[in-house]
Design a protein around this ligand. Structure first.
Ligand SMILES: [Zn+2]
Length: 259
C-alpha cells in the first residue's frame, strides 16, 4: 500500500519575482488542487531576484493575500535574502552562505523582527520559517520564538514531521518529484529559475500522482524526536554536507601525518 505524501514548497517570492512563471504555477496548481507552502522574502535585496520591474507594495502583498485565500501557506523566507560567505555550522549543512547561521543573536533577532513587522503591517502572520540557503542555527530559532508566533520550520531531512526545541519540523528533502512508497516529502521549487523542461516535469508528476499531494493543514505536527537513523541519513542526503565532511576528515587525517 502506498502511504507516501508530498508537499510543494515555492521559494523566493518577492517584489521583483518573475511573475509570469508564478502565474504559470498558479494555473497548474489550480488544475490539480495543489496548495503549496510559499516562501516570501519580505524585503528582498538579493540581486539574483531582480528579474522584473518591482511590483508596488499593494500589487505584491495583494498577490500574497490571494495565495493565502487559495489555501497556500505563507512562510517567512528570511529578511533581505542577502547571503554572505560563512564557515559557520547551520542546522542543515548544505550551503556555505548565510543570512542567519553563525551571526550573533542580536543581529539575527533584528532581521527577524524587521521582517516580521513587514508581514504584520500587511495583516499577514506567516506560520512557517524557511531559512535562505537552508542556513539557520539555534540562535535563529530562539529569535523566531522571541519575536514571532512562528513555530514551524520547513527544512532538514526526516521521513515525517518531528519536534525539536519547541518547533515542529516539516522535512524538505527533494527538489523534484521522486516516487517513494512511504514518508512525507517536501519538494522545493524555485519558480524564478524554472524553465520549460522543469514545468513539463512538474506537470507530468502532478498529472500522474496529484492524489499524493497534501497541504500543511493535512499534516499531523508530531512532537516525536528525530531518530538517529534520520540524522545519519541527512549526512548522506544533503550531498554537499557529505563532501564537506569527507574533505574535513581528510584534512584532519593529513594534519595528523604532518605533525
Ligand atoms: Zn531563497
Amino acid at each position: 500500500m502506498i502511504q507516501s505524501r508530498y508537499l510543494i514548497r515555492l521559494d523566493d517570492a518577492c517584489h521583483t519575482m518573475d511573475l509570469a512563471k508564478w502565474e504559470q504555477l498558479e494555473t497548474v496548481f489550480k488544475e490539480f488542487g495543489i496548495r503549496p507552502i510559499v516562501g516570501v522574502i519580505p524585503n528582498n535585496r538579493d540581486k539574483d531576484f531582480f528579474l522584473r520591474p518591482a511590483l508596488s507594495d499593494s500589487q505584491f502583498w495583494n498577490r500574497i493575500k490571494d495565495w493565502r485565500q487559495a489555501g497556500w501557506d505563507i512562510a517567512m523566507h528570511g529578511y533581505e535574502h542577502i547571503l554572505i560567505p560563512t564557515g559557520a555550522r547551520s542546522l542543515v549543512n548544505l550551503n556555505a552562505r548565510t543570512e542567519f547561521a553563525g551571526l550573533p543573536y542580536g543581529v539575527q533577532e533584528e532581521k527577524i523582527r524587521k521582517g516580521w513587522e513587514i508581514f504584520r503591517a500587511q495583516g499577514i502572520e506567516p506560520k512557517i520559517w524557511i531559512a535562505p540557503a537552508h542556513s539557520f542555527d539555534n540562535e535563529t530559532l530562539r529569535a523566531l520564538a522571541n519575536m514571532t508566533s512562528i513555530r514551524i520550520v520547513s527544512d532538514t531531512f526526516a521521513f515525517g514531521t518531528y519536534g525539536c526545541n519547541g518547533f515542529s519540523f516539516i522535512p524538505q528533502q527533494l527538489w523534484k518529484f521522486v516516487f517513494f512508497k512511504r514518508g512525507t516529502w517536501t519538494i522545493c521549487l524555485h519558480p524564478n529559475s524554472m524553465n520549460d523542461k522543469d514545468f513539463d516535469r512538474l506537470y507530468d508528476a502532478l498529472a500522474k500522482h496529484h492524489e499524493l499531494f497534501i497541504s500543511v493543514s493535512d499534516l499531523d505536527m508530531r512532537s516525536r524526536p528525530r531518530s538517529l537513523f534520520e540524522k545519519i541519513i541527512e549526512r548522506f542526503w544533503f550531498n554537499k554536507g557529505l563532501i564537506h565532511s569527507i574533505s574535513r576528515a581528510k584534512r584532519s587525517i593529513l594534519c595528523l601525518f604532518r605533525s
